[in-house]
Design a protein around this ligand. Structure first.
Ligand SMILES: [Zn+2]
Length: 334
């Protein structure tokens, strides 16, 4: 078997991983050095509350109808974030759905239901489909990944919308695992630092690639737009099960069917997993789950069972699923 971290189980082919003499990885060591701050729940919630109060004040100054903008996919995390911002923080929320052509019946129904039970203004946005197809195709070809395309455009248009409506704050529903899975330094990393521009925000996901793309003039990073971006779960420690239970009770939210992996709001998820296993040798959730093991929220054995199930489930993919994905990203001849 390959070498892996003795604490969190990350394999030796994980990005930028290094091991110390005890076999502990650099991600675990970074976490350990900052554990007191990262696990200080009351302290983190206080930081979050201060930022929401500041945003309310700024929105008022801007004469904006909204205090914050939230990307809304119909999945449990974004639904929960909107719910909490409204109920717990008393914020005026504008919800925003980026139509990427990968939405599922499940996601659409959840959005419809959520908007009826917890009314907020909601914008659905779709961009030039030809440009979107081109970007997906390029990324699949060169990066063997396409989730980054949705990530980029969704946030690109979030920043643009926030500016247009005078909204000072964007809140996203990334999980703590997703935030900390690549954490080796504090720069632009929540909860240490928040980003105030699209370029800084994307640093967390692309680690320098975004700077190169801007330099090459290939991508617009909306340099003049300054909006704060906050990840709700970086400041709130809440179990997945509690998120779902709260939503079920409060708005009659429906759980997805039990399947391996989890992104029931995107029909291309199986394809993304398939590519990850093929190219990176691990399911997408490896990094996120290792964060939970590192934090002591999950055992190494539990993680291995989940990853084994994901690997088994996504190593092969049906022709039908593959064709559906290819149809979606294929560039149409003029
Ligand atoms: Zn580790």
């Amino acid at each position: 078997m390959d070498k892996r971290c003795v604490i969190c189980g990350l394999p030796d082919h994980y990005r930028k991983i290094k091991f110390d003499e005890k076999g502990v990885c650099n991600y675990c060591n970074f976490y350990q050095e900052n554990r007191d701050f990262l696990e200080d729940s009351p302290g983190l919630e206080k930081i979050f509350r201060e930022k929401t109060e500041y945003a309310k004040k700024k929105a008022k100054e801007n004469g904006s109808k909204y205090d914050c903008l939230v990307g809304f996919s119909g999945g449990k995390d974004s639904t929960y974030v909107i719910h909490q911002l409204k109920k717990k923080y008393g914020m005026r929320v504008l919800a925003f759905t980026f139509q990427n052509g990968f939405s599922t019946e499940y996601g659409r129904k959840n959005i419809e239901n959520a908007l009826q039970k917890m009314p907020v203004d909601h914008i659905t946005f779709s961009m030039d489909d030809e440009e979107l197809r081109k970007t997906y195709s390029l990324c699949v070809k060169f990066l063997h990944n396409f989730c980054s395309v949705c990530f980029h455009y969704m946030h690109y248009y979030s920043f643009l919308l926030a500016e247009q409506y005078g909204i000072p704050l964007i809140v996203n529903g990334r999980t703590r695992g997703q935030i900390l899975q690549t954490a080796l330094k504090k720069k632009h990393l929540e909860p240490f630092e928040t980003s105030h521009s699209l370029l800084d925000f994307e640093y967390q996901m692309f680690h320098g690639l975004e700077k190169k793309l801007r330099k090459a003039g290939k991508t617009d990073y909306l340099d003049d737009i300054e909006v704060e971006a906050l990840s709700y779960f970086a400041y709130h420690d809440i179990k997945e099960e509690d998120v779902m239970r709260t939503l079920e009770k409060s708005i009659g939210w429906t759980r997805p069917e039990k399947k391996a992996g989890g992104h029931p709001d995107c029909f291309a998820h199986a394809m993304a997993e398939h590519m990850s296993i093929k190219k990176r040798g691990m399911p997408i959730r490896q990094g996120e789950l290792s964060v939970e093991v590192r934090r002591g929220k999950m055992t190494l054995e539990e993680m291995d069972r989940i990853l084994e199930r994901d690997t088994k489930h996504y190593t092969t993919i049906s022709k039908q699923e593959k064709r559906r994905f290819e149809d979606r990203i294929q560039i149409k001849e003029k």
